[in-house]
Design a protein around this ligand. Structure first.
Ligand code: ADP
Ligand code: TMP
Ligand code: MG
Ligand code: ZN
Length: 191
């Protein structure tokens, strides 16, 4: 049996990661292929059992507490496995995903590469290292309007690097605007 492919979709918030994951799911669905979709339980933004994009497309998913639960749901007949919001999962996801691709399944993972503090999420970095294809998405920068948004900026900074939310907490910006916003914030804090 041939091994499957690993596709990892990364980028800042609003860059279309979930939408792209949903488009891939549709391809398997149209082809009448068997697949399973997972999302961490932590991501309860819209619904516990759906993955939902910021443009409101959605698809049913199995909510999981940790990456080990994924294998319990696999019965062997799936052609593909889809996982959204991988930044919320533990690093054991790497072993789980490698096992899945070695057993012939295609695996599609989507998640943040960087936290709002500009720190890589380790689990995403690990999966990117194993990927056949990494799709790096960009968002429209909230400040300058250019299609260069590579990082999420938190507008209500409470210091938490894991903090579920949307437009009320985060914007997507380009690197230059990120530096400017950070500088402005530091100046305000000094005064
Ligand atoms: P992600 O999972 O990466 O957060 P989604 O697929 O959920 O992205 O949402 C992408 C959608 O978000 C876009 O199709 C667009 O309608 C909307 N959107 C809102 N703000 C932005 C932005 N700054 N840049 C690009 N798309 C945005
Ligand atoms: P999204 O990429 O699909 O928009 O979702 C990202 C989720 O991750 C959202 O619930 C907010 C959360 N998040 C964090 O927990 N920490 C961060 O540093 C950032 C940028 C987002
Ligand atoms: Mg998303
Ligand atoms: Zn910008």
């Amino acid at each position: 049996m041939n091994s499957g492919n690993l596709i990892v979709i990364v980028g800042p918030m609003y860059s279309g990661k979930t939408s792209e994951l949903i488009s891939f799911i549709e391809i398997y669905s149209l082809g009448k292929k068997r697949y399973k979709v997972f999302k961490p339980i932590l991501d309860n933004r819209y619904n516990d059992t759906y993955i939902v994009s910021h443009s409101n497309t959605s698809i049913k998913a199995i909510p999981i507490n940790n990456s080990k639960e994924i294998l319990f749901h696999i019965d062997g007949d799936e052609k593909a496995v889809f996982i959204d919001e991988i930044q919320f999962l533990d690093e054991y996801l790497r072993e789980t995903v490698v096992e899945l691709i070695n057993s012939g399944k295609d695996v599609y993972c989507a998640g943040l590469d960087l936290s709002y503090k500009n720190n890589p999420f380790k689990v995403t970095s690990l999966l990117m290292a194993h990927a056949d294809t990494v799709i790096k998405k960009k968002a429209v920068c909230h400040e300058c309007g250019e299609y260069k948004g590579t990082i999420s900026y938190k507008i209500v900074d409470n210091g938490e690097e894991i903090d579920v939310g949307g437009f009320e907490k985060y914007i997507a910006v380009c690197r230059d605007c990120y530096s400017k916003l950070k500088q402005k914030k530091e100046l305000t804090e000094e005064n």
